[in-house]
Ligand binder design. Structure first.
Ligand code: PGA
Ligand code: ZN
Length: 416
């Protein structure tokens, strides 16, 4: 069964249900990006301007009903790899352009849920059996395509590393978020939030965002550098124009941009930068990793798009040392799990991520624990579609009890 529902931006997205013979029912909804990498699997949209401005997903829903469902009837739900292989073959394209990655992923995730229920296991157990609670990277200031402001860098995040449990880390993150709200206001800015729940003030510079966050951490009574570290997602493909990086009103070369990042890292305790360079600037990425990779987590999102081929290339070229994982960039649960394993074998850290357009679905919370991912990105501790993932992790932590452990400081290398 499938339907068109709304995501957190009020745009349509796909929801699917897989029902097993024994009555077990798995349901899942797919998210949707705004700063979408050009190498991602295809999100099928109707382009019928009479509905949702062309963004409808009726065709993807029809593909589930008319093509996918008949192919899956009678299949073993416990065989996730087998189900995903059927979906991949049925589509037959490299980037899931035929049926749509949104159609395929909704079914793949729903099948995993149904399979977990039928085997009487929590989803984190069913998908991998990990026991680590990830460090939440709270995106507290939104810029780029996620904020209605002139801030170039898309995400300014805080990482609560110095806490004993996920629950404590969540509490501290929420306290800093509230303290940031007061500070943003005190500096004369509006406290409206962006797509991922972070504030989106009309700041004068990227560095001002780091200043406000520094102030907020202090004023909440925490020590920056010890209890909290900072992280950025530059989403640099979005400000790469005509061979230059247009940031802070200047057009920079890759080398100049890397120098800019180095200066930021010297001024602030930034432990991680995602998409510092554009998605096809392979030489720039290699230069960045050679220069800063020893002390900095360099995360490939638009660069890698959860794609094993691009990941393999990045491992060989030493382009980065960490991968952002988004299920809908590749389109099935099995391919996502394989990509995560490939990254872990290469010594990359794994950051499981939401999209800027989300739903109430909390699949990624389970995925993060299942694979022992050390970090999760689900936006600010604000807006229910963001908080739902964090709240689910609280429940998982409670369930795991003594068996669970918070990743905390272990996400840092010994040179950080
Ligand atoms: P997106 O942004 O979901 O809009 O692509 C999230 C990210 O870039 O990490
Ligand atoms: Zn990103």
């Amino acid at each position: 069964m499938a339907r068109e529902i709304l995501d957190s931006r009020g745009n349509p997205t796909v929801e699917a249900e897989v029902i097993l013979e024994g009555g077990f029912k798995g349901r899942a909804a797919v998210p949707s990006g705004a700063s979408t990498g050009s190498h991602e699997a295809l999100e099928l949209r109707d382009r019928d301007l009479k509905r949702f401005g062309g963004l409808g997903v009726k065709q993807a829903v029809a593909n589930i009903r008319d093509k996918i469902a008949p192919a899956l009837i009678g299949r073993e739900a416990g065989d996730q790899a087998g189900i995903d292989q059927i979906l991949i073959s049925l589509d037959g394209t490299e980037n899931k352009a035929n049926l749509g990655a949104n159609a395929i992923l909704a079914v793949s995730m729903a099948a995993a849920r149904a399979g977990a229920l039928a085997s009487n296991q929590p989803l984190y157990q069913y998908l991998g059996g990990g026991t680590k609670l990830p460090v939440p990277l709270f995106n507290v200031i939104n810029g780029g395509k996620h904020g209605d402001n002139d801030v170039d860098i898309q995400e300014f995040m805080i990482a609560p590393i110095g806490f004993a449990s996920f629950g404590e880390a969540l509490r501290a993150g929420a306290e800093v978020y509230q303290s940031l709200k007061k500070i943003v206001k005190a500096h004369g800015y509006a406290t409206n939030v962006g797509d991922e729940g972070g504030f989106a003030p009309a700041l004068k510079s990227d560095e001002e965002a780091l200043e406000l966050i520094t102030e907020a951490i202090k004023s909440a009574g925490y020590e920056l550098g010890i209890q909290f570290k900072l992280a950025l997602d530059c989403a640099a493909s979005e400000f790469y124009r005509g061979g230059r990086y247009v940031i802070g009103g200047q057009g920079l070369t890759s080398e100049q941009l890397i120098d800019f990042y180095q200066t930021l890292c010297q001024r602030y305790p930034i432990f991680s930068i995602e998409d510092p360079l554009s998605e096809d600037d392979w030489p720039g990425w290699a230069a960045m990793t050679a220069k800063l990779g020893g002390t900095l987590q360099i995360v490939g999102d638009d660069l890698l798009v959860t794609n094993p081929k691009r990941l393999e290339w990045a491992i060989r070229e030493k382009s980065c040392n960490s991968i952002l994982i988004k299920l809908n960039q590749i389109g099935t649960v099995t391919e996502t799990l394989n990509c995560i394993r490939q990254a872990q074998r290469a010594g990359f850290s794994v950051v499981i991520s939401h999209r800027s357009g989300e739903t109430e679905d909390t699949f990624i919370s389970y995925l993060a624990v299942a694979v022992n991912a050390t970090q999760i990105k689900s936006g600010a501790p604000c807006r229910t579609e963001r908080v739902a993932k964090y709240n689910e992790l609280l429940r998982i932590e409670e369930q795991l009890d003594e068996r669970g452990s918070y990743a905390g400081r272990a996400i840092l290398t010994n040179r950080q």
